[in-house]
Design a binder for this molecule. Sequence first.
Ligand SMILES: [Zn+2]
Ligand SMILES: [Zn+2]
Length: 401
Amino acid sequence: MSFRESAADMRDELVRLRRSLHREPELGLDLPRTQEKVLEAISGLPLEVRLGERLSSVTAVLRGALPGPTVLLRGDMDALPVSERPGAGGVTASRFEGRMHACGHDLHTTMLAGAAHLLSAGRDRLAGNVVFMFQPGEEGHDGAKLMIEEGTLDAAGERPVAAYALHVTSAMLPQGTFLTKGGPMMSAIDELTVTVRGAGGHGSTPHRAKDPVPAACEMVLALQSMVTRSFDVFDPVVVTVGSFHAGTVSNVIPEEARFAVTIRSFSPSARERLQERTVTLVRGIAAAHGLDVEADYQGIYPVTVNDAGEACFVAETVREVYGEQRFRQAANPFTGSEDFSYVCDQIPSVFVALGACPADRDPERAAYNHAPDAEFDDAVLPDGAALYAELAARRLAGATV
Ligand SMILES: [Zn+2]
Ligand SMILES: [Zn+2]
């Protein structure tokens, strides 16, 4: 029986696990209930299981009966601080107000547990080891980095030759379609927080104060000009000032103005220049106005770069297992960001998107990941689990890369 057929037979268990995770979403690095459910789901399988120390991760190693290298499969497990829209979704809604699996990580956790079952059942034919990386804290908590620091990449005693991650989308892709590309797949994300300090005063006599507001406004506009004047249009960057705060009432000049910027880029060189350019620019404008400025630039996640050869292997595998029409080559990277990028930095990896939009919705109009009414269809669970298993087994068997 193929992985695809075996996974279809596991459908009910997969749906049960996914809905149980969906009902009890947990945030950040500490996901005790989720960890418990994963352990229960993979109990009885011939796996070497190790739990995280600084986070509630689960690293499981399956050793195949035949000799061979190691591959890694990653599924993230954390939810988001989003209130699920009442009545949204055909599945059982979140029991916790203000928490929701709005990015579909409950599906990834389930599909990875499913793959552990499929590959364990096929252990006799498995030529090497598989590391299952059940990861908390993807949504901005550095979970992948912490797991790497705790040794997940070397859990089998050697570095994996390849790593794969699946990510569902509730919109944009038709249900069941897999999408990826070689090269940059997701942007790097950084954050700049700027505090401009002057001297407060009466709104009627600005010359007696040091008004930080016009200077901060100038900085916001100059950052936009910088994008078009200092960066190659074919190596794009996104700079968005998402928050801007200053003052209280119209006739008081405040002492400080503060704004925060999200910054996305797709190459290490653009990312490096962004830090230098943005900080130099705000300092220069502050100096020109005789104001002090504090520019705090924080790197969050690097660019997620798919290995070109591995991406071709994924495309071939999807086409062979599910047919030509189920694969789409991504024209461009996503401007979202991922901490799977830390795995990509060390191992030839591929991040693959899987359309999970409910079949009765138009993917172009459906609510996207992170929205309170984002909906992910259970129907994709067996095929997602089977693809994880196919990628691992075929890669170990030496399928062409
Ligand atoms: Zn997300
Ligand atoms: Zn996500």
